[in-house]
Design a protein around this ligand. Sequence first.
Ligand code: GP9
Ligand code: MN
Length: 710
Amino acid sequence: MKKLSKFVDTRIGFFVLLVVLFWFKTLFAYFTDFSLGVEGIFQFLILIFNPLATTALIYSLAFYFKRARFFYPVIMGLDIANTLLLYLNVIYYREFTDFMTIATMTGYSKVNQGLSGSSLALTNFHDIFYWLDIVVILLLMLFRKIHFDPRAIGSRLAFAFTSMSLVLFGCNLAFGEMSRPQLLGRTFDRNYIVKYLGIDAFTGYDLVKSQHINDMRQSATKSELEKVKKFTDKHYAKANPQMFGIAKGRNVIVIHLESFQQFIIDKKINDQEVTPFLNSLYHSNDTYAFDNFFHQVGQGKTSDAENMLETSTFGLPQGSLFATLGSDNTFQGAPAILNQRAGYTSAVFHGNVASFWNRNNVYKNLGYQYFFDASYYDTSGDKATGYGLKDKLLFKDSIKYLQALQQPFYAKYITVTNHFPYDLDDEDKDPNFQTTDTGDSNVDNYFVTAHYLDQSIQEFFNYLKKSGLYDHSIIMIYGDHYGISNSENTSLASVLGKNADDWTDFDNAQLQRVPLMFVIPNSGGHGHIDHTYGGEIDVLPTLLHLLGISSKRYIQFGTDLFSSQHSQVVAFRNQDFVTPHYTVIGGTVYDNRTGKEAELTKKQQERIKKDHQLVNTELSLSDSLNEKNLLRFYHPKGFKPVNPADYNYSNGLKRAERIERKKGNKSTSLYSENHDQSTENDFSTDAPEQNHSSTDSNRIKITNPDANNK
Ligand code: GP9
Ligand code: MN
């Protein structure tokens, strides 16, 4: 004991004491206040280790102050500031299930104005532990139980401490990247960065990022907006009069098929269709389907797809637009446009935590009125896989929310079960479906989860028909991006009847096709498979036109797929592109008919050069629009800017019910139309989990236990 107190009386001892105490406090926060979703021993070890490096790094700065009367106040000041940062995050997390960004701290973020007056209500008895050590240490110093050490630490030693901490941090980062590749590059979820690197590293990282973003935004001028506007005006494609308004006034149901590629459609394995139900939709004369439709996502994957589909602007060249810019950017997207132009109610149903891809913030800026995330569902036991609630349960357990929405509604379902690594419990597997035997488990399992997804869509459609929603809805179904990556495509080759040995970049590019279908029941039966080339960027203007809403006044980079003026040059995020005749990858031009390098005439070369320029221009103008947040300068006719403060995603059902009551017999929700009877019984599923109690497995619970949303 004596030895210990002697050690604490040295500067190094005091430093070690503060570092260790802060380390423990952080771990305390990790295990009591945050739910970081740690999986497996490796992640657990990283979590335990991660506060150490940054704390040591920050506190070592005090060593550069030679005099005791500077050293002690500085190191205590750093400790107090660091504790304050941790503590504010604890309180913030209790309200938002998220960490504080620089934008929230400085009040820049419009999504949530930092901690509100209700923060006192968010304090907890155990919060004493965050501050107790500091109080005790200050008292011990005051009563001279801890003595000030007058001996300064030499500059070299101080530097050694700093460098050691940096090395430790380097190791921490390396382990984090090992467990979650592209951790910083893609910023999936702030929870992840904290889980792997700790709060200090997260805040530092966010500071650098927000500085960069602020610089970009400040440099923005109106003339840049005009440049963008000029481009999109010039490329606007006017609606096809035969299609314009054919789904006017209907509910819009969007089904996001996770990682679903077009090649699965009509695919037979061991003589069985992988997705018989989707295939039947694909060939139905109520369905307008596209077989040359490409995903165009970058590193933001799902979130890039969502962004393109709902704003008709591209994702960013690096990272996810949702994660990096989505909290503060101005959007003029589908939920707000449909609400303002045609009175639509908007909602998202998704069985993962709300913070993933920063959706909890972005959706408010998009004008989504409801977001039913994992906290609205029972995801315990075997009801969820890695990315959340299993699809069959998502559709089933959403009915009580869906039926409460005023019609017409714009409802988006984001499925998750068909997500890498395509894990599915045996109980969910169809014993009659035999998958491939390629030896590559990702490929083999991919078909199994795709088959499951297909069944879940069928169950949902059965409900839509039974409840009557089907007849006055348009159901848009799309695949967000590839499920099998380029490096695995050779394992897929044999399944596609191709030879893995002569697999090329051309083949990879062709596999970036994803489904796009508009199911429009009772619309004349003119549905067909359309061979037009297009991509995710084109969906919003197409959908708006089907709903009879002109898209002309908005800044959108895509064009209506049904329009005769639609451009069929499909840009990938890395500037490669596909046209009906050529596929251009890294400058190499392939002929689509042969799949071989094309021999081009002068004229064709000119054409391709022009297409290339078009691709570069649209991508860079979209980047400048988003990175500089230029839409804040743009006020299309009748568009009221979205105010994120108007939205709050807790108590969604109660809010919807309040509206039902207020509207009385003018309420248009399905529940009201059904004479205040629930339609939940119209849903039938063969999901085995529905009857399982919540405690039958120890799988990680992704639900936020603090959320009291129902
Ligand atoms: C997560 C889900 C998956 O909520 O949407 O996103 P992804 O990994 O496909 O980008
Ligand atoms: Mn996805």
